[in-house]
Design a protein around this ligand. Structure first.
Ligand SMILES: [Zn+2]
Ligand SMILES: [Zn+2]
Length: 207
């Protein structure tokens, strides 16, 4: 993989607002990657796949597109479509994606390095158990003002520690959370039972 001599990310300083600071951090992480490989299958990863890993909560254990999709029980085409819709709405992720396309000389929409040639049929999701949405949560996590890749990484691990069908009460103060949390739940298949910022009740999916 080509590495740039001068990665085009802004210096992190106090003048940046929170959103710009997060973007700069993601771009910095991307620029520092040297020949990253999939945590599961050891295939080498492109920058887009690293962004996809950050977005889904696998920042510290990045996966290739195929492994991310199969881990979520989705086809790669469905996963990529939903993931890209999510990424393009979030400044922090979108900047990383654009940077990845620039580095790899790929288009921003449907880069050929990861996009499958033929779209797949829509899939049906496994139903999650019925639950009283007002029942006491099984776990509560106050994420403070954590955001973007850091928030979804910790959120994913927190949900993983629950049993399927159990409910996490998440408290997230980040101004991006009201858009970010529902989109992340859609992408990963967990059920958002209620969203009353800063409180979100998330039910762990099956499997
Ligand atoms: Zn893999
Ligand atoms: Zn790529």
């Amino acid at each position: 993989m080509m590495k740039p001599d001068q990665p085009p990310f802004p210096a992190i300083d106090d003048d940046l607002d929170a959103e710009e600071q997060r973007t700069a951090e993601i771009l910095k992480e991307l620029a520092q990657l040297s020949n990253p490989t999939c945590f599961r299958c050891s295939q080498s990863l492109c920058f887009h796949e690293y962004v996809l890993s950050v977005v889904t909560g696998f920042k510290t254990t990045p996966h290739c597109t195929a492994c991310l999709a199969s881990g979520l029980g989705r086809s790669p085409a469905d996963f990529l479509r939903d993931a890209y819709n999510y990424i393009r709405r979030q400044t922090c992720y979108r900047s990383g994606w654009h940077w990845a396309s620039q580095q790899e000389n790929q288009p921003i929409e449907q880069p050929a390095c990861i996009w499958p040639a033929t779209p797949s049929q829509p899939q049906t999701r496994m139903a999650t158990p019925a639950i009283d949405t007002l029942a006491d949560p099984n776990d509560t996590w106050d994420a403070g003002d954590m955001a973007c890749g850091e928030l979804v990484l910790k959120l994913r691990l927190r949900l993983k520690s629950l049993q399927p069908g159990q409910v996490l009460l998440l408290i997230a103060q980040d101004p991006g959370a009201p858009a970010d949390i529902p989109a992340w739940c859609t992408l990963t298949g967990h059920s958002l039972l209620s969203a009353e910022p800063p409180e979100y009740r998330i039910q762990r999916k099956n499997g």
